[in-house]
Design a protein around this ligand. Structure first.
Ligand code: MEV
Length: 436
């Protein structure tokens, strides 16, 4: 049985690694050299990464790829994508090229409001609480002024504060619901600091007041919500249906019909919707990670939005009206282009620079496009050739690396598989044949 360890965070990096090796690896293991091989020789850069989190002992690389030819609202972008799945960047690039010659992507930011709550319990009379809240609301807001001053200078701040009676969901449960505009910041720290200040002022005021007839609200917690249906962006593509004709195999109408059926299936069938939306998130997450944003927050918010009508459904939709095919998606995205990692991580800074240093709303548009493009590419493959052909082609190098092919063998086998279908077995056999 392992012994627990105390004071671990105070250990030096070398001590942490030694502790790990002696507890989890045998003495012949190469774990230490693997960990060290991922250290950056630039000590300042390594220290920066060490200090992002606690107990850093090495780095974990993800590929940083780029997908060119994204025409968005008439301007050309090359998207930075951080992702390990072989086929995603290729699919994004294909979709970008496809729509580049058909008018490109159009986007619009629908709203940028974020939300947070002070969750509390109150056992007294809710009507009294409501009128008491209206009386103290200016004081609650005033107490956040030192925190909101800078944000207000940038055009943001607290938009509204209201009392919400949630006692139908849970006995005695109320919220102080606060809405925010955080401009180019994702705003999590700003929002949480404001909420904690509101909670603390609320607690102090209610403690010293007789107005609530002896009933004291009990604060449970103060936290932003990652459900941001009011921080919403739309991305869409459209073209004449005859422009969808694919390589002579499908007429535009045939392709559009099958494509719309695939989307409709994801609208009505949760099993399919989850995978459909996962494909969207392949594009979304890759750009979100490359630009230093919180992909867990984005994931949680997006999937909640996909279930907003009471069942989990497709985020994207397609239509064919008067000969015009349209494919679009509304997606909630709380993103930042200042604060957090954006000014710290050199690769994030580079990614934002190649996007032309976008504002947060512009980044919402770019990320939504990455998601829609990815979804289009997946549905196009699924409804025509099937997904595996392209996927396995992109996965070929992973298989070759896994089975130890050298550079010359890889070159020869990549050639070979240009005209043969890829499977793990086929690659193993082909390498064996080559070596024999
Ligand atoms: C794979 O990462 C994503 C897909 O499964 C998405 C989809 O099925 O729409 C191809």
């Amino acid at each position: 049985m392992q012994q627990s360890v105390s004071g671990f965070s105070k250990f030096s990096k070398a001590e942490k690694i030694n502790w790990l090796i002696s507890n989890y690896f045998n003495e012949n293991s190469d774990a230490k050299s693997v960990l060290k091989s991922y250290w950056n020789s630039n000590e300042k850069l390594q220290q920066l990464h060490d200090e992002f989190i606690e107990n850093t002992i090495s780095n974990f690389y993800m590929p940083f790829g780029i997908a060119p030819n994204f025409l968005i609202n008439g301007a050309l972008y090359t998207l930075p994508m951080t992702i390990e799945e072989s086929s995603v960047v290729a699919a994004a690039s294909n979709a970008a090229k496809f729509w580049w010659s058909r008018g490109g992507f159009k986007t619009s930011v629908i709203s940028t409001t974020k939300i947070g709550h002070v969750h509390f319990m109150f056992e007294g009379n809710s009507t009294i609480l409501k009128s008491y809240f209206e009386n103290i609301k200016p004081q609650l807001l005033e107490s956040t002024k030192p925190l909101t001053k800078n944000m207000e200078k940038r055009g943001g701040g607290i938009l509204d504060l209201k009392l919400v009676d949630c006692t139908k969901k849970m006995s005695h449960y109320f919220q102080l619901e606060t809405t925010f505009e955080t401009k180019d910041a994702m705003g999590a720290n700003f929002i949480n600091s404001c909420l904690e200040q509101i909670a603390s002022t609320f607690e102090t005021l209610t403690q010293n007041s007789n107005a609530l007839k002896g009933y004291q609200p009990k604060i449970v917690m103060s936290i932003l919500s990652n459900y941001v249906p009011e921080c919403l962006v739309r991305a869409e593509v459209s073209c004449r249906v005859d422009e969808l004709t694919l390589d002579g195999h499908f007429s535009g109408e045939e392709f559009a019909e099958k494509f719309m059926q695939a989307v409709r299936i994801a609208e009505v069938e949760p099993y399919r919707a989850v995978t459909h939306n996962k494909g969207i998130m392949n594009g979304v997450d890759a750009v979100v990670i490359a630009t230093g944003n919180d992909f867990r927050a984005v994931e949680a918010g997006v999937h909640a939005y996909a279930a907003k009508d009471g069942h989990y459904a497709s985020l994207s939709h397609a239509s064919l009206d008067n000969g015009i095919f349209k494919f679009w998606m509304d997606i909630p995205l709380a993103l930042g282009t200042v604060g957090g990692l954006t000014g710290l991580h050199p690769m994030v800074k580079l990614a934002l620079e190649m996007l032309g240093k976008p504002s947060a709303p512009q980044l919402m548009e770019i990320v939504a496009v990455a998601g829609l493009a990815q979804n289009f590419a997946a549905l196009r493959s699924l409804t025509t050739t099937g997904i595996q052909k392209g996927h396995m082609k992109m996965h070929l190098l992973n298989i070759l690396n896994q089975i130890g092919a050298n550079t010359t063998e890889k070159e020869q086998l990549v050639q070979h598989f240009k005209t043969n279908s890829v499977s793990h077995r086929a690659v193993v056999d082909a390498l064996k044949n080559l070596r024999d």
